[in-house]
Design a protein around this ligand. Structure first.
Ligand code: HEM
Length: 133
């Protein structure tokens, strides 16, 4: 696998889970709270799975992909910006799941706003800042 292929794979993964997140918010706007919860459970599991799979690829299975990134300072810079959004949003995800299940409504919605902001940053910097060809 090449560095470009790994980045393209990540982009597709981010796109798919973002569609899920959007669907969960549409369900919420229609008052279908349980559906919102179930879609977001899938969102949570898929996002973490993608994270572990890609981390596994670049750290253990094919570390040369990591070299591909390291050899390009501008790519490293874009990646740093992307990580500044994606790492905090990944850390918030378990809190979102927990507060949703606990019906800790104010906390869940408040954190949800922060999460949406961070996720938008993850999406934009992941899809448009990182080169895949
Ligand atoms: C991003 C913006 C989000 C907003 C504005 C939002 C809003 C809400 C609201 C208003 C409820 C109902 C709470 C209640 O009745 O006590 C809810 C429930 C829930 N949310 Fe979210 N949510 C968001 C994101 C997420 C995310 C990212 C997750 C999971 C990773 C999640 C998981 C859940 C779960 C599991 C429930 C409980 C569903 C049930 O009662 O069956 N939500 N959410």
């Amino acid at each position: 696998m090449t560095g470009e292929q790994v980045i393209l794979g990540l982009k597709v993964a981010v796109l798919i889970v973002t569609i899920l997140l959007g669907a969960s918010l549409i369900a919420l706007s229609q008052g279908r709270v349980a559906l919102h919860g179930r879609i977001n459970l899938a969102f949570f599991v898929l996002t973490l799975t993608a994270l572990f799979v890609f981390e596994g690829i670049i750290r253990f299975w094919q570390p040369e992909v990591f070299d591909y990134i390291r050899q390009k300072p501008e790519l490293l810079q874009s990646l740093r910006i992307h990580l500044a959004f994606s790492v905090p949003s990944a850390l918030l995800m378990p809190l979102m799941l927990w507060s949703g299940l606990k019906h800790n409504k104010n906390f869940h919605i408040g954190l949800g706003m922060v999460f949406l902001l961070l996720w938008s940053g993850t999406f934009v910097t992941g899809i448009f800042f990182l080169p895949h060809q």
